[in-house]
Ligand binder design. Structure first.
Ligand code: ZN
Length: 140
């Protein structure tokens, strides 16, 4: 596949114009929504979660699990959709949307969850947008 196009990259002013203040705070300023308040914290419908900034598919609902941590948790993203960076705090690993660079949350490893990867992508609900499953050709 081709590398993500630069069309998803925008200036801070452009992002401010298209995102809500809360989306801007989290996606562009690496904020964190309050624990247990997210729209998708306890949401398990069948579908796909897209980046709230650029619309790129990030996670399938089948990889979402109940971590009890107070934020949506996934054990795996779409291949290449999620980028990882060492967090400035020196301990955690930040995850971002590869296409637009939007901050999603953090990924934690080896916590003992019984998932295929033993990883927990701890994602802000505000940073993602749910799209219900439908019978389309985009099956994976
Ligand atoms: Zn994005």
């Amino acid at each position: 596949m081709a590398a993500p196009t630069s069309s998803a990259q925008k200036s801070e002013e452009e992002w401010r114009a298209i995102l809500s203040p809360e989306q801007f705070r989290i996606l562009r300023q690496k904020g964190t929504e309050l624990r247990g308040t997210g729209e998708y914290d306890k949401f398990y419908n069948d579908g796909v979660y897209n980046c709230a900034g650029c619309g790129t598919p990030l996670y399938k609902s089948t990889t979402k699990f109940n971590s009890g941590c107070g934020w949506p948790a996934f054990y795996e993203g779409f291949p290449g959709a999620i980028s990882r960076f060492p967090d400035p705090d020196g301990r955690r690993t930040e995850i971002t949307c590869t296409a637009c660079g939007g901050h999603l949350g953090h990924v934690f490893k080896g916590e003992g969850f019984s998932t295929p990867t033993d990883e927990r992508h701890c994602v802000n609900s505000v940073a993602i947008k749910f799209a219900p499953a439908e019978t389309s050709s985009a099956s994976l």
